[in-house]
Design a protein around this ligand. Sequence first.
Ligand SMILES: [Fe+2]
Length: 385
Amino acid sequence: MPHYFSQGQVPHKRHTQFRKPDGGLYSEQLFSTEGFSNDYSLLYHIHPPTVIIGNDTPLDVRPKVAEERMLKHRCFEGFNLQPVQEYLQSRVPVLVNNDCHISLAAPMQSMTSSFFKNADADEVIFVHEGTGTLHTQYGQLSFAYGDYLVIPRGCIYQIHFDTPSNRLFIVESFSPVVPPKRYLSKYGQLLEHSPYCERDIRTPQLAPAIDATGDFLIQTKKKGMLYGIHYGHHPFDVVGWDGCCYPFALSIHDFEPITGRVHQPPPVHQTFDAHNFVICSFVPRLYDYHPQAIPAPYNHSNIDSDEVLYYVDGDFMSRKNVTRGMITLHPAGIPHGPHPGAVEKSIGKKDTQELAVMVDTFHPLQLTEAALVLENDDYVMSWAE
Ligand SMILES: [Fe+2]
């Protein structure tokens, strides 16, 4: 997230004395990415962010891979995942590789007794169902249906839901999640041809700093282990911060589709970029307007990427029997395309109401045990009619 932003109080000059009303010094924290060589923020805490008072026994939360290698079209009924009370326990990895982990979650409860920090991965949480507020050191972000919450690794957060009815599609990225480079100016502004711009990006609103001493558990995920680290001060004791690294929200409903006279290729839907994978948004849009256009996609061989589609809402012109929360996985190596009849059916249609999130990975994905439980085994034969 390259845009400079500032909230609350910060000293006139960085790394200089910044004093509290009682004369003591605020604690400055540099939050930097890619070592000290990329975007960063400076946060000012009432207390040092370093006061550890206890450590729990670590928990192994590595995904349980069931299929390391395969070559078959797959389909998973995401909404068959049972809701779980606790947020962290509700996150179920389904498709994983060394670049990203894709999870589903149906959490029922807000986090109240602990905080979470993903020390390995930027997180993109797509909100399919539910509303609430993401509480972070940088402030609060309210969220609703269709929001992408993009949380940089290392950011401490607590997620609060308004109701027990929530469905999330989560991508953990082991490299920074950024806008596609082709949409950025030399200095990082989103260009005129970008499908979204700075006005669409919602930044956190800093809440009053919480000055509290006690026992605050930050569940910290690193290399597949969850470490319970207890701190002596509330982590949201920030009076001000500035910089270019912070969590933000972008609604899929603010993604402006790029359309054309003939079928546009998948990169027009790209929303975020990361190392070895992309995240795309398929949103309601006008269909191709060449008089002979075929709005349904052509058969395609994504020779070097696995293609994951998460179906959110609306009708899908190229597929039958689509359910909300369904995931399809079309692996690299075999072509896929519209279901029988879908091509003819699409001709003459003026628009589509489809809403979906796509993750294309440049290395094969592995399937977890949890994915197999959700699988629709008939899918692979669904073109043979
Ligand atoms: Fe495809």
